[in-house]
Design a binder for this molecule. Structure first.
Ligand code: ADP
Ligand code: MG
Length: 345
């Protein structure tokens, strides 16, 4: 890094934001990741509209534990912005928390990664929120593109790269070449649907009611997309639907595999469709280069094995899948040419 770059980083307050359905991460120019919090807002509903009580970690702890008039909301749950006002408050909170860490007399340039395929109206709302939070310039980059950059794929080369970015609300399957998205399909099947499928299975098989967080915990502990060589199991607590009392049961990894079968096959189908719709030259590049998995969903055990088996292609998991998007967009803070090429209107 040259002396001038160091000086410009010193005065810069530029940030890149991964506005994910599950987690929001912020990368500060010259510093790296400075914020990583759940995309959750706790809102109190009242006669005079909604009042934001907490954002991020603090709000997530309230999920499922709130009294009547308080709601913990995930404003971009399914990859669409369901609630503009709440999304805007959340974004402003994260921006001021990030840029407020450092005094700077220059207003920041802000890159925001948005789910692929959000509407023009949603994009405008995101941009306006960032401007009103003090941004000097706002650039929007689509998540699959940022994920591919963060995973180190050669996106500007004339070769096809495929990235499967599995987050909380959506899985994006994208084929990228020469700095452009050649094909992308986003499906609303990702981590949240896995959690729901596990909760549903537990209710059906054991007559046991469990919450979202317990289901997610099961997924993280013993979830798998392809059976483990050795069976694993864990104890879970919930409410017995018949007796109405708390009960503890044991669930095994192959049961969780059963539970995840349906949503997993939707993901496999989306990848297969992408391969079918990719122009032949690029498809043959992908046969050589393989598929790269990013997003928290990439951490589901043996997802790579499942996809390898069902597509016959090499599959790799990106290093630090949860941070690929923010790292990719963070890299664009240092490369204006790349940013201008990749940003969308
Ligand atoms: P988004 O980009 O939508 O905010 P993330 O990329 O942050 O989503 O991924 C969040 C999802 O990853 C959640 O559904 C979470 O349960 C899942 N996840 C995180 N760690 C693991 C793990 N070890 N195994 C399986 N899923 C995981
Ligand atoms: Mg994401």
């Amino acid at each position: 890094m040259s002396f001038l770059d160091k000086v410009s980083d010193y005065f810069s307050n530029d940030i890149a934001i991964d506005l994910g359905t599950a987690n929001t991460l912020v990368f500060a120019k010259g510093r790296g990741i400075i914020l990583d919090e759940p995309s959750v807002v706790a809102v109190q509903k009242g006669a005079r509209g909604n009042k934001v009580l907490a954002v991020g970690k603090e709000a997530k702890d309230m999920l499922g534990r709130t009294p009547g008039s308080i709601y913990a909301i995930r404003p971009i749950k399914d990859g669409v912005i369901a609630d503009f006002e709440v999304t805007s408050s959340m974004l402003k909170y994260f921006i001021s928390k990030s840029t407020g860490q450092k005094k700077s007399f220059i207003r920041p340039r802000i890159i925001i990664c948005v789910p692929y395929g959000i509407t023009q109206v949603e994009k405008r709302a995101v941009k306006e929120s960032a401007h009103s939070a003090g941004a000097r310039e706002v650039y929007l980059v689509e998540e699959p593109m940022a994920a591919a950059v963060g995973a180190g794929l050669p996106i500007t080369e004339p070769t096809g790269s495929m990235v499967v970015d599995m987050g909380g609300g959506t899985t994006g399957v994208a084929v990228i070449s020469l700095g452009g998205i050649v094909y992308c399909k986003s499906i609303k099947v990702a981590g949240d649907k896995f959690d729901e499928a596990i909760a549903h299975y537990v209710r059906r098989q054991f007559n046991l009611l469990i919450g979202e967080r317990t289901a997610e915990n099961i997924k993280i502990q013993i979830g798998n997309a392809y059976p483990f060589e050795e069976e694993r199991s864990m104890e879970i607590k919930g409410r017995d639907l018949v007796a109405g009392a708390p009960k503890t049961i044991e669930i095994t990894s192959s049961q969780v595999n059963d539970a995840l079968m349906d949503p997993l096959s939707e993901v496999v189908d989306a990848v297969r469709t992408a391969l079918e719709k990719t122009p032949p030259e690029l498809a043959s590049d992908i046969v050589d280069n393989g598929i790269v998995l990013t997003g928290g969903g990439a951490l589901l055990a043996n997802l790579d094995i499942l996809l390898r088996e069902r597509t016959g292609l090499p599959v790799t998991i990106a290093e630090d899948p949860l941070s690929c998007v923010v790292i990719g967009s963070g890299r664009m803070l240092d490369n204006m040419d790349l940013l201008k090429q990749l940003a969308v209107d």
